[in-house]
Design a protein around this ligand. Sequence first.
Ligand code: IPE
Ligand code: IPE
Ligand code: MG
Length: 242
Amino acid sequence: MRNELDPDRMPKHVAIIMDGNGRWAKKRLLNRINGHEKGADAVRTIVQTARKLDIAALTLYAFSTENWQRPQPEISGLMLLLRRFLSSERQTLVDNEIRLNPIGQIDRLPQAVRENLEAVMEATANNQRMILNLALSYGARAEIVEMVKQIAAKARTGALDPAAITTETVADHLYTRGMPDVDLLIRTSGEMRISNFLLWQIAYAEIFFTPTLWPDFGEEEFVAILHDYQHRERRFGAIPST
Ligand code: IPE
Ligand code: IPE
Ligand code: MG
């Protein structure tokens, strides 16, 4: 048995690139959608585990701006699964005091999905124990473009002095405003890339790549990664304290 996790060294913000659903399905000669279905089960597990471990913010990459290029049947299947997930998880999120916060170009999602999102957001709006950022139609570059537009508009009206822009100003105009930076970034499926996820927020994140395909990712591996994370020395560019 490994030692217990140290509550004082828990990451405040964990972000996960949930990749490998399609390959999981292909290995079993199943449809890609079956992989996404199993992936949704893994999401349930990891949300509960994160909550149990008192992680304050969990950001899950569920659908990227680039994923709109996939075949229409896969996109529709994903949207249907998302709606099912939102309906089935609503009460669990309420019971566990988790607030749902979708991030991304939400207006590009189908109306029915937006209604589901609204309902769960409303039901969980006052929850304080954990924030679940669901990245949907999310792209970090688009997020940065949005931030620049907002800041430029404020500069033009005089609400903001360009000379007074700081890193905090930028952070305050991203979807993750008010949240701590990402401490720990995990990507499943063996791909070693960022794929346009949280470019600003991961500046000093500890990164873990695992070959496990997302549907096979469970509590045990998550906890093992957290153990490794707790043994990493985060220096933030400074000299280690002795
Ligand atoms: C991740 O799994 C889920 C989404 C991107 C929606 P993929 O669908 O990318 O699975 P692979 O990478 O093809 O195995
Ligand atoms: C990243 O996975 C996006 C999500 C997990 C939602 P992709 O499968 O879309 O990324 P690439 O194509 O491997 O970079
Ligand atoms: Mg993929």
